[in-house]
Ligand binder design. Structure first.
Ligand code: ADP
Ligand code: MG
Length: 159
């Protein structure tokens, strides 16, 4: 089985295409940090846990946040720009952050698959499906067996 898959890297700027408009900002990881996902070839939506570090360039600049581990949903897709079929991932963390965290180190553990990538005929349908994804993620992660991944040494900020 491919899971758990551990990812980490500094949060990058995406295309700014409507994440926040949809009420669903998605944090992007750099291509290099996607190598562990190569065991997974299916585009779609996944769930797991994610953590944003307060530190950026040795400075603590996200004072409200404390490196806590939160549930997340991740959209995985092939970037049509690249012929090499590299997967790119966008992670929506199920937590309200008071500020953006571009450039901050982010870690994520991917624990399961929710659904394939779908085409949407309306913005409303897409928003509705994202809400379903969030509920599925929270339901799945509520299983006691997943707790071990949340408190895993991987998320120790000194690692
Ligand atoms: P972009 O195209 O640059 O990814 P988005 O509209 O998708 O723009 O917003 C993503 C950014 O929003 C993240 O990089 C992060 O800095 C910020 N952000 C704030 N809250 C969250 C959250 N709960 N989950 C993910 N990103 C968030
Ligand atoms: Mg985004």
């Amino acid at each position: 089985k491919p899971f758990p898959i551990h990812l980490s890297g500094a949060v990058q700027h995406g295309f700014g295409r409507g994440g926040k408009d949809l009420g669903c900002p998605t944090a992007n990881l750099p291509d290099e940090s996607m190598t562990p996902m190569s065991s997974v070839t299916e585009a779609g939506v996944y769930y797991g846990y994610a953590q944003v570090s307060r530190e950026k360039d040795g400075q603590v600049i996200l004072p409200e946040e404390d490196g806590r581990v939160h549930p997340m949903v991740m959209s995985l897709g092939t970037n049509p720009f690249y012929k090499n079929k590299n997967m790119s991932a966008e992670i929506h963390i199920l937590h309200h952050f008071k500020s953006d965290f571009y450039g901050h180190p982010m870690k994520a553990v991917v624990l399961g698959y929710i659904r394939p990538q779908l085409d949407y005929t309306s913005r409303e349908a897409l928003i509705e499906d994202i809400e379903t994804d969030k509920r599925v993620a929270l339901k799945s992660l509520a299983r006691p067996a997943y707790e071990t991944y949340r408190v895993d040494g991987f998320f120790d900020l000194n690692n």
